[in-house]
Design a protein around this ligand. Sequence first.
Ligand SMILES: CC(C)(COP(=O)(O)OP(=O)(O)OC[C@H]1O[C@@H](n2cnc3c(N)ncnc32)[C@H](O)[C@@H]1OP(=O)(O)O)[C@@H](O)C(=O)NCCC(=O)NCCS
Length: 211
Amino acid sequence: MDHIIRRERPEEEQITENLVREAFWNKYRPGCTEHYILHCFREDKDFIPELDLVMEKDGRLIGQIMFARAFVTARDGSKIPVTTFGPVSILPEFQGQGLGRELIEHGLEKAAEMGFGAVFVIGDDKFYEHLGFCNALSEGIRYEFADREDEEIDYVLCKELQAGFLKDVIGMWRDPDGYRVCMRDPFGFQEFESGFPYKALEYNEDQLFSY
Ligand SMILES: CC(C)(COP(=O)(O)OP(=O)(O)OC[C@H]1O[C@@H](n2cnc3c(N)ncnc32)[C@H](O)[C@@H]1OP(=O)(O)O)[C@@H](O)C(=O)NCCC(=O)NCCS
């Protein structure tokens, strides 16, 4: 094996954030904000430093994944701790070689070792179903920001890390507020982004957002 997965070191934070920017740039919107989300999460109560991982090959960082704490609110109001992850990135030149899958599966193993019973994610259902995830509503858990209780949102997915963990759970899941930092602080993002090298914005029909 010519690469390793390990915890990110404090002195690598900027390199990792640039890696995220390279991977996400123009993919879901013109430019991207995921590098700022990671940057802000580092100070967030939901951030899990033990699961802030990088992939290194020949002394170079080529991939990263971060995890955060989240919870499902059950019908009786109790909070069931779970985890979520993202951004997850592989540098474009290394994509499509199975490295992203390896990084995610490694992170999920570590999360299970830490005692997490389930993981939720917002992402491409085709990709994550391939990794054993299923639609959260099919497990009885709706997304807190769904318009209707029975609305099946194809991009909200989950996976048990301990068999049967979600079996009797009916409730709702919300992704941590850390993922909405750009809505709360658009000027903070602009200032942060201005510290990176120029990259051209592209607009195309495959993007989910036009702004
Ligand atoms: C998403 C990302 C991390 C995946 O990493 P990767 O190394 O390119 O993916 P892999 O090569 O490990 O692919 C894993 C598997 O998923 C499959 N796959 C990849 N993209 C897929 C898609 N859109 N739909 C269905 N299957 C897909 C691959 O065929 C592969 O299957 P296999 O394991 O049976 O061969 C990487 O492409 C990336 O950084 N993209 C930009 C940032 C991003 O979109 N992050 C995720 C946000 S949810």
